[in-house]
Design a protein around this ligand. Structure first.
Ligand code: DON
Length: 302
C-alpha cells in the first residue's frame, strides 16, 4: 500500500473541493479562520509519518482537548468519575442543556460540553486554573513528544466573552451538586483548554497512546485506552456520531475548530483539519478525507 500516494491524492481532492462547510462563528475568533485550509497527518504504529497540505499549521483543537482531559481525569480519579458523568450518546447538539434537567445534572457523556465541564471540574479540584491548565498542557505535550504546544489567549478570551451557554450548563450542574468549583473558574479553565493550538502532525503524534499496542507511548493503561476509544466511537461526533461510525468506522473526536483525531487501533493515529463544519459542528471535509482514507486503506475496526 502506497500511503504517501493515497494521502497526497486526498490532499489534492480536498484542496479543490468547492463545498467546504461553514466555519464556526459563535466563537468570533474561530469565525476569522480561512476555510480554504486543509491538512492531514498520519502516524503509524511503526513510527512512519505521512502528511499533506497544511499539516504543520496550528489550529484550535477545541473539543478534541476533551479526549486528553478525560484521560487525565480518569488517571487521577479512576472510575469515580463515572458517578458524575455518563457513557451514552446524547443524540443532541454538543452544547444542549435539555437532558440535564430530567437527568439530575449528570451529563450523558464526557464529550458533550456539559460532560467536559465535569471532567475539567474534576481536574481543577480546588487548584488554581493555571495549575490545572499546566497539567493539561504537560499531558498533551508528553503525548505529542513536543513542548511547542500552547494556548491561544485571543481564542480563549473570545470564548470567554461569548461563553454564556457553557456558564449556564455549569451553573445548572452546580445546582445539582455536580460542579464542585465556582462555574466561572471551571468554565475559564475549560475555555483555555479548548483554545490549545496544535498542528495535524502534533495531534497525530499526541494520539499515538490511543492506538494501544506495545510500540506506542503508554500514558494510559490498555483497558482505559479501549474505553476511551469506545467513547470516541459512540460519542465523539455528538449527534453525528452514528454517521461518522457508518461512513468511517473508526473512533474519532471532532472539534469546532475543524479538527478530527481518529484512531486505527494498533495501527495508526490520524489528524485532519479543515475549518468548515457540517450541520452537527463536525469538520465537513475532515470527515470526507478520513472516509476516503479508510476506503483506500481498508482501515476500520469493523
Ligand atoms: O465549548 C464550546 O462550545 C467549544 N469550546 C468547543 C465545542 C466543540 O468543539 C464542539 N465540537 N465539535
Amino acid at each position: 500500500m502506497d500511503l504517501a500516494r493515497i494521502v497526497a491524492d486526498i490532499g489534492a481532492e480536498m484542496a479543490a473541493a468547492p463545498d467546504r462547510g461553514a466555519v464556526a462563528d459563535y466563537i468570533p475568533e474561530l469565525g476569522a479562520v480561512d476555510p480554504a485550509h486543509f491538512g492531514m497527518a498520519i502516524v503509524t504504529a511503526d513510527g512512519a509519518e505521512v502528511h499533506t497540505g497544511d499539516a504543520a499549521t496550528p489550529f484550535s483543537i477545541q473539543s478534541i482537548s476533551k479526549v486528553f482531559t478525560l484521560a487525565l481525569a480518569l488517571g487521577r480519579l479512576g472510575d469515580q468519575l463515572w458517578a458524575r458523568v455518563g457513557r451514552e450518546p446524547s443524540g443532541l447538539a454538543f452544547n444542549s442543556i435539555l437532558q440535564l434537567e430530567s437527568e439530575h445534572g449528570i451529563p450523558r457523556n464526557p464529550f458533550i460540553n456539559a460532560g467536559a465541564l465535569v471532567t475539567t471540574d474534576a481536574i481543577l479540584a480546588g487548584h488554581a486554573p493555571r495549575e490545572a491548565l499546566g497539567e493539561i498542557l504537560r499531558f498533551i505535550r508528553a503525548a505529542a513528544g513536543d513542548d511547542d504546544i500552547h494556548i491561544n489567549p485571543a481564542v480563549a478570551q473570545s470564548e470567554q466573552d461569548t461563553g454564556d451557554r457553557n456558564l449556564a450548563l455549569a451553573h445548572f450542574m452546580r445546582a445539582h451538586g455536580n460542579m464542585k468549583n465556582p462555574p466561572a473558574l471551571t468554565c475559564g479553565t475549560y475555555f483555555h483548554q479548548c483554545a490549545i493550538e496544535m498542528t495535524c502532525l502534533q495531534l497525530a503524534r499526541a494520539g499515538r497512546f490511543l492506538m494501544g499496542g506495545t510500540d506506542t507511548p503508554t500514558l494510559v493503561s490498555p483497558e482505559r485506552v479501549r474505553r476511551l476509544n469506545a467513547l470516541m466511537m459512540t460519542c465523539g461526533h455528538y449527534n453525528g456520531s452514528g454517521e461518522f461510525a457508518f461512513r468511517v468506522g473508526l473512533p474519532g473526536k471532532s472539534g469546532v475548530g475543524g479538527g478530527i483525531l481518529a484512531i486505527v487501533p494498533g495501527c495508526a493515529s490520524i489528524a485532519v483539519w479543515s475549518p468548515g463544519l457540517d450541520q452537527n459542528g463536525n469538520s465537513q471535509l475532515g470527515t470526507l478525507a478520513v472516509e476516503r482514507l479508510v476506503h483506500a486503506t481498508g482501515w476500520s475496526v469493523f
